[in-house]
Design a protein around this ligand. Structure first.
Ligand SMILES: CC(C)(COP(=O)(O)OP(=O)(O)OC[C@H]1O[C@@H](n2cnc3c(N)ncnc32)[C@H](O)[C@@H]1OP(=O)(O)O)[C@@H](O)C(=O)NCCC(=O)NCCS
Length: 189
């Protein structure tokens, strides 16, 4: 997948992040998230150190030699869940504000889901805009019996989404994430 553009020669190159990308990734999230930037950068650092976040999948979109987008997937689980079921959660995702609307976020999410599908990961969760994530096959998770780590305010109800890999038996239960991502502040507006 390294440097992959898939079948679209105009799509950004998506590759695994390396330790050398750390500063660029932080700057990117600060620019993309504005007032929330500090919180997101703290989350990134905490997830990098939290052993319960592994396995991680951290991908960078590169254009003109610079990181212009980043997505991170970390471990999740369902309690009680069938033995052997594997889950991840997508958070955070950011694209440089000067490059948004050109398919970079889409390329990052699709590349990540391709890697996770190929690895046999059963379910992927996200707390995000249904209008955006629906295009990747994410559907509301609560009606599917997948309870978020913390109760959500009504305006977030549809934002809690899951994507079950084709062929996976799926599951129901309470979703748990890495310890740092379980902090209630990440589940409030
Ligand atoms: C959300 C984000 C990652 C999308 O990246 P992007 O590269 O601009 O997205 P793409 O070009 O792949 O997709 C563009 C499409 O997504 C839509 N879109 C972009 N941001 C959106 C958002 N926040 N909510 C809903 N739809 C959004 C656009 O309207 C466009 O729709 P269309 O294809 O129907 O025309 C980017 O806008 C961003 O970094 N935002 C700030 C940080 C953020 O909100 N991250 C997501 C947290 S869950």
């Amino acid at each position: 997948m390294t440097g992959s553009r898939g079948s679209n020669p105009h799509a950004p190159a998506v590759r695994p992040a390396t330790p050398a990308d750390g500063g660029a990734i932080e700057r990117l999230h600060r620019r993309a998230f504005g007032a929330e930037g500090d919180t997101i950068v703290t989350l990134l650092g905490d997830l990098a150190r939290d052993p319960t976040a592994a396995p991680r999948l951290s991908l960078v979109a590169e254009a003109d030699g610079e990181a212009v987008g980043h997505v991170l997937f970390t471990a999740a689980r369902i309690e009680p869940g069938p033995p052997g079921l594997t889950c991840r959660i997508l958070a955070p995702l950011a694209v440089d504000p000067g490059r948004q609307g050109r398919g970079i976020g889409t390329a990052l999410v699709r590349a990540g889901l391709d890697v996770l599908d190929a690895a046999g990961v059963d379910l992927v969760f996200v707390l995000g805009d249904p209008a955006y994530y629906g295009r990747f096959g994410f559907v509301p998770a609560t009606p599917a019996g997948l309870v978020p780590p913390h109760p959500l305010v009504p305006e977030f109800a549809d934002a809690w989404m899951e994507r079950t890999r084709a062929g996976s038996p799926g599951a129901q239960g309470r979703v748990r994430c890495a310890d740092v991502l379980e902090e209630p502040r990440y589940w409030r507006p």
